[in-house]
Design a protein around this ligand. Structure first.
Ligand code: SF4
Length: 359
């Protein structure tokens, strides 16, 4: 029987290793050689941990195989954005996007293969749900980058790739621990952002975690009617309920808002959004649509986006209009996989840029 140590919290993985090593009659200090190979000084295979005896490496590989993902496609944009399409062991494919900006390297990671929620502006949504990722597969996206090049280790992680993280809460809960703990990947909680449409029961669980993790809510519409048109989840967890839940979140929240031409980008809509954002003192991230996906949607004009941003600021809301990154590669959520699997949406069509920059 083998066990996936990469899907356990570091604390739990260490206990398992300590027990296992003791049963083999190994000296207690061995755990200090073996354990860091999970996250701190990762190896792709136990065979590469050459500071360990060959027999121990073979036994580790049998008891605790290190699940890996293989890089199917790698694209680099002129602006430095890098997109990775990983093939998982069962053949599912997931995406990560690395966005460099000054000293910051933000990695946008996937939490599910596909997504069940069907937001109209999103390629992943149209792909449908395939399966939840394990914690090892979610945090493993950071691990794989470090295996390729330790200098690629991200300074920031955002759960904005494929999938809705709060619909895979158990794995995401463990992943947050792996990402944050010093004996895991050691990324500061304030540098880790979970982005959700607002799955209320798990939002409450996330809010109860004591660390200063950040929360971004994919809002995209300031009224229930408009949100229902763009995001079917509105039928289950309404805008009013989500906004109410945010009042109880102890930390500052970011609201994500993709600007879609003629749909949600009028100054009147900006006024409605301001009414929601202002009492929360939320930061509003305005995201241009990313060229490349959903039919029937068009991006807002630059002038309209600027007018929308100005109006929010005028109403006392901190709003930032983000640059669209990776325009020359398939850097929108789910885009690369959809294109590779055929039936690809044309680049002339439009889909949401979900890989935002989070402060
Ligand atoms: S935007 Fe997020 S929640 Fe909506 S369909 Fe895409 S991946 Fe799912």
């Amino acid at each position: 029987m083998s066990l996936d140590l990469l899907s356990l919290t570091p604390e739990a993985a260490k206990l398992v290793l300590e027990d296992w090593l003791a049963q083999r009659g190994e000296a207690p200090y061995r755990v200090r050689q073996v354990f860091p190979r999970l996250w701190q000084r990762p190896v792709a295979r136990w065979a590469e941990a050459t500071d360990l005896a060959a027999a121990l490496r073979t036994a580790l590989a049998e008891a605790f195989p290190l699940r890996s993902m293989s890089l199917k496609t790698h694209q680099v944009s002129g602006d430095g954005t890098e997109k990775f399409l990983w093939a998982l062991e069962d053949g599912e494919a997931i995406e990560s996007v690395l966005i460099p900006e000054g000293k910051r390297r933000t990695l946008c990671i996937s939490s599910q293969a596909g997504c069940a929620l069907g937001c109209v502006f999103c390629a992943t949504g149209r792909m449908g749900f395939r399966r939840n990722l394990s914690a090892g597969e979610i945090a493993g996206q950071v691990r794989e980058l470090m295996l390729r090049d330790p200098t690629l280790k991200p300074t920031n992680v955002v759960f904005m790739g494929m999938g809705e993280p709060l619909l895979n809460w158990d794995a995401v809960d463990t992943t947050l621990t792996i990402l944050n703990r010093a004996d895991g990947l050691g990324i500061g909680a304030r540098h880790i952002t979970v982005s959700t449409v607002g799955i209320l029961p798990n939002l409450a669980r996330f809010a109860r975690r004591p660390e200063q993790f950040r929360l971004a809510v994919s809002l995209h519409a300031p009224s229930s009617t408009l949100r229902r048109e763009l995001m079917p989840i509105e039928k289950k967890y309404s805008l009013a309920e989500v906004m109410d839940a945010l009042k109880h979140f102890r930390r500052r929240v970011t609201l994500e808002y993709v600007l879609i031409g003629g749909k949600n980008d009028s100054v009147e809509t900006a006024d409605q959004l301001a009414v929601l954002a202002q009492p929360l003192e939320a930061l509003v991230n305005l995201l241009p649509l990313h060229p490349g996906g959903a039919p029937d949607l068009t991006p807002s004009s630059r002038a309209q986006m600027l007018a929308f941003e100005r109006r929010l600021k005028h109403r006392g809301v901190e709003a930032v209009l983000r640059r669209s990154r990776g325009l020359d590669i398939s850097a929108a959520c789910g885009q690369l996989r959809v294109e590779l699997e055929g039936g690809a949406p044309s680049r002339r069509k439009v889909r949401a840029e979900e890989h935002a920059h989070i402060e």
